[in-house]
Design a binder for this molecule. Structure first.
Ligand SMILES: [Zn+2]
Length: 496
């Protein structure tokens, strides 16, 4: 079976024969439970990964990697283990060795997951860095919110975390606090056009986006037009169409398109880079493509649900489960998202991980105004992209690495510390078995969420081992890291 998958797998001619030979060994090496040799708990001074296929956003090659004190120290053929015997050695023959995954967009802590369970589910999905959307609670400033999350990171995190400071309401103190946060290396912020405050304080938001750009920070924008969504929702509610069944109708593509166009105009007017979060429709993607063709710094994230699910689910048995903003769209929109991933018009995937339980999402008295948007997505996001994208013949391995690591690292000011495999970079690595087949079952995932939108899907290619700054933090189902060992990252300027 592995060979049948690998026959059409996008390997470079130069490595193909040797990788196939090694792949037949991989089942023997990695099929069983973790071996003691791989999973010594003590943090190693030095780690040697031998014989894997290293893939970056630019190329693939067979080589060994030595990591010391958290960094990649050496890359080359036939590296020998250090004579002292203190070095941990991982036999990665038949494995892909990829830069650790980066998910810029999670709502962690949130729902059933704290940063500990969130970290576990990230690592099992080959992810070593996540972005945590950080919004002030009532009475907090955005700076307070960032300090609250910082202390949680110190206690719970096992992956590295970038905070994404966000505003739901515009507070008069926000520009000053955000300027301090940008200067302290938190070089992004999130704003939402779906809330009435954006229209009420339009001038303030324009100035804020401009200041962010001047400070080297990128502005994440949730693009749905508040007046159009409210008007459509009110009309449906008045007609007695209040349930989850009408979700897609209540938030039409038009609301996304006009909001994306406005975000692009703000980018063009101020010169500041913008990052459209969870873009969902073909028409909105067309608007971004046109802006990019004119050289504007407009960047696009999509959410995995828009690659794997359609709005037909709202006519099914449990429409409440599939509530998210924007809503699921048509099969044509799904195709457009895949084309965007292939052509480079989409830069990143963000899980938007929100661990809302089945009961919370399906209470019968919920209406279009009270339904709970969000999915648990984090662990399966990149395996499903690999399965449908790489094995499915839509994207190359190099493109897979660009989407899952290099592009987010650049846009969020982490490159080349993260986002690639190079001497001097952090030793954040994920070892993938590209032929392992497994069905998605919520019960097997490390999130505390009790359901998955992809229950039962067969997925080919899973991370076997995740290494964060030189330390093995996940090994075939076993979590091997201390809570609090993840870092709050400070970052540089956004790079296109
Ligand atoms: Zn979100």
């Amino acid at each position: 079976m592995p060979n049948e998958i690998l026959r059409k797998y996008p390997l470079e001619p130069l490595v193909r024969r040797e990788f196939l030979k090694r792949a037949s060994l991989a089942t023997l090496l990695w099929g069983a439970s973790p071996r003691a040799a791989f999973a010594q708990a003590a943090a190693p001074g030095s780690l040697l990964i031998q014989g894997g296929l290293i893939v970056t956003s630019e190329r693939q090659f067979l080589a060994d990697i030595r990591a010391r004190v958290g960094k990649i120290e050496q890359i080359g053929p036939n590296l020998r283990p250090l004579p002292s015997g203190e070095e941990q050695v991982v036999d990665a023959r038949g494995m892909l060795v990829l830069p650790g995954g980066i998910d810029p967009h999670t709502h962690l802590p949130g729902g059933a997951d704290d940063l500990a369970s969130g970290s576990e589910t990230a690592r099992a999905g080959g992810i070593t860095t996540i972005g945590a959307m950080t919004f002030p609670r009532r009475g907090e400033t955005v700076a307070d919110a960032v300090s609250r999350i910082s202390s949680l990171i110190a206690q719970q995190a096992m992956v590295d975390i970038m905070v994404q400071p966000g505003l739901i309401e515009f507070a008069d103190s926000a520009p000053r606090h955000l300027a301090d946060l940008f200067a302290a290396g938190h070089t992004s912020m999130k704003v939402l056009m779906m809330f009435p405050g954006f229209d009420q304080r339009g001038m303030d938001y324009l100035n804020l986006i401009r200041s962010a750009g001047e400070a080297g920070a990128i502005t994440l924008i949730h693009c749905e037009d508040h007046p159009i969504v409210t008007d459509t929702t009110d009309a449906l509610m008045a007609a007695g169409r209040t349930s989850a069944r009408y979700w897609a109708e209540s938030r039409p593509v038009l609301a996304e398109v006009v909001s994306v166009q406005r975000a692009i105009a703000l980018c063009e007017h101020t010169g500041a880079p913008i990052y459209v979060v969870h873009l969902s429709s073909a028409r909105a993607l067309d608007a971004c493509r046109e802006a990019r063709a004119r050289g504007l710094p407009v960047y696009v994230e999509t959410r995995p649900t828009y690659l794997h699910l359609t709005e037909d689910l709202y006519a099914g048995a449990d429409p409440g489960l599939y509530i998210a903003s924007p809503p699921l769209r048509t099969a044509q929109d799904v195709e457009a998202m895949w084309r965007g991933l292939t052509d480079g018009d989409i830069d990143t995937l963000g899980s938007d991980h929100s661990a809302l339980m089945r009961d919370e999402k399906t209470k019968p008295d919920l209406t279009l105004k009270t339904l709970r948007p969000g999915f648990s997505n984090l662990e399966v996001m990149f395996p499903m992209l690999h399965s449908e994208g790489v094995v499915g013949g839509r994207i190359s391995l190099e493109r897979f690495v660009a989407l899952t690591s290099t592009r987010p690292a650049r846009l969020f000011g982490l490159f080349p510390t993260k986002g690639t495999i190079a001497v001097g970079s952090d030793a954040d690595l994920a070892l993938w078995n590209p032929t392992q087949r497994r069905r998605v079952r919520a019960a097997d995932l490390h999130s505390r969420c009790d359901w998955s939108p992809y229950e039962g899907r067969e997925v080919t290619g899973w991370p076997q081992m995740t290494i964060r700054r030189g330390e093995i933090v996940y090994d075939r189902g076993q979590i091997t890291a201390q809570a609090g060992s993840g870092l709050l990252l400070t970052r540089g300027r956004t790079q296109g």
